[in-house]
Design a protein around this ligand. Structure first.
Ligand code: BG6
Length: 287
C-alpha cells in the first residue's frame, strides 16, 4: 500500500506486470494497466484525489442508490466513505482462488449513515487481478438488519478510449433500455451497435456480456457479469462536460462509462441474506 493525501491505496501486480490500484476511499479502483503499462481506465485531469467526493474516473461503487432517484446523495454514499481492509473475509461461493493478487475491503453502516439509510449492512468487495491481467470485482452485500431492505448498485466503470466517435458498444441490439435523458422512459434499441454523437445516459436491461470496441486502438473491452441484470452506458458529451467541475471540457472524447449494474429492479435482501454481484473485465486485441 501507499498513501495519497493520507489515503491508503493498494497496488495489485500480476506476475507478468499487469497492475491495478485501489483506494480505500470509496473502495474505488483508480487504475488498471496492461502488462505493457498502458492505462485502461479513464481518470480526469481535473480529478480531485481528496475526500469527500469520489475521484472522477476509475470504478466508483454506486451503492445503495444509483443516480438521484431516492432520498440519498447522487449514486449513494459508499463511493464517498473510507473502507477498511478485510483481513479475514468469509469464503467466497463459488470458491475463488486466493492465489492471484487480490484485496478484500469492507464497508459497514456507520452511525451517521444509519441516520440517512436506516439499514445495517456489510459490504465486502474483492478486487482480483488474473495472471493474464483481467480484472475481477466481487461485491457481497449482507443484510445484518432485522428488517428487509432494497438497494440499487453499479460499478461505474470509466473506460479509457482513444476517440469516442470511433467507439461502439456491442451486445445491446434489440434490448430494452431506460433513458435517463427522458425521465427513465423505456425504449427498445433499434441499431446493431451503439455509437456516439451526442449525450447518452441509458440503463440497458441485460444480464448478458457486452463489449466496447475501440476502433482506433484496435482493442475491445469485454464486460462479463453475474448478479447484475443491467448495463449503464454514459457519455456526458460537450454541454454536460462543461457543467461537471472535476471534468475537462473535451475529456468526454476519451472516456465511456459502461457499468455492470442492478437498477431497474432493486435488489431486496431479507435479514441474514446476502447478494453477490460480480464483474469481470478483460481487454482483447481486435481487427
Ligand atoms: C451516470 C449517470 O451514471 O453518472 C449520470 O447516469 C451522471 O446521470 C453520471 O451524471 C455522473 O455522476 P456523478 O455523480 O459521478 O457526477
Amino acid at each position: 500500500t501507499k498513501d495519497r493525501n493520507g489515503i491508503s491505496q493498494v497496488l495489485l501486480r500480476s506476475p507478468r506486470g499487469a497492475s491495478a490500484r485501489i483506494s480505500l476511499h470509496g473502495g474505488q479502483v483508480l487504475s488498471w494497466k496492461t502488462e505493457s503499462g498502458e492505462e485502461l481506465l479513464f481518470t480526469s485531469s481535473k480529478a480531485i484525489f481528496k475526500p469527500p467526493k469520489a475521484v472522477r474516473g476509475g470504478i466508483p461503487i454506486c451503492f445503495p442508490q444509483f443516480g438521484n432517484r431516492g432520498s440519498l446523495e447522487q449514486h449513494g454514499f459508499a463511493r464517498n466513505r473510507m473502507w477498511i481492509i478485510d483481513e479475514n473475509p468469509p469464503p467466497l461461493c463459488p470458491i475463488e482462488s486466493n492465489a492471484k493478487p487480490h484485496i478484500d475491503l469492507l464497508l459497514k453502516s456507520s452511525e451517521d449513515d444509519l441516520k440517512i439509510w436506516p439499514h445495517n449492512f456489510e459490504f465486502r468487495l474483492r478486487v482480483a487481478l488474473a495472471v493474464d491481467g483481467h480484472l475481477t470485482l466481487i461485491s457481497r452485500v449482507r443484510n445484518v438488519n432485522c428488517k428487509t431492505f432494497s438497494f440499487s448498485f453499479a460499478y461505474h466503470t470509466y473506460f479509457s478510449v482513444s476517440d469516442i466517435s470511433e467507439v461502439r458498444v456491442e451486445g445491446i441490439e434489440t434490448l430494452d433500455y431506460l433513458d435517463n435523458l427522458c425521465n427513465r422512459e423505456r425504449f427498445t434499441e433499434q441499431g446493431d451497435a451503439l455509437t456516439f454523437e451526442s449525450e447518452v445516459d441509458r440503463v440497458y436491461l441485460t444480464s448478458s456480456d457486452v463489449a466496447v470496441f475501440d476502433h482506433e486502438k484496435k482493442r475491445t473491452f469485454v464486460i462479463r457479469k453475474d448478479g447484475l441484470p443491467d448495463v449503464v452506458v454514459w457519455n456526458p458529451w460537450e454541454k454536460k462536460s462543461k457543467a461537471i467541475t472535476d471534468f475537462g471540457d473535451e475529456e468526454y472524447k476519451q472516456m465511456l462509462c459502461v457499468d455492470g449494474a442492478a437498477i431497474e429492479k432493486p435488489i431486496t435482501l431479507k435479514p441474514g441474506e446476502e447478494w453477490t454481484g460480480r464483474l469481470d473485465l478483460s481487454v482483447v486485441p481486435s481487427i
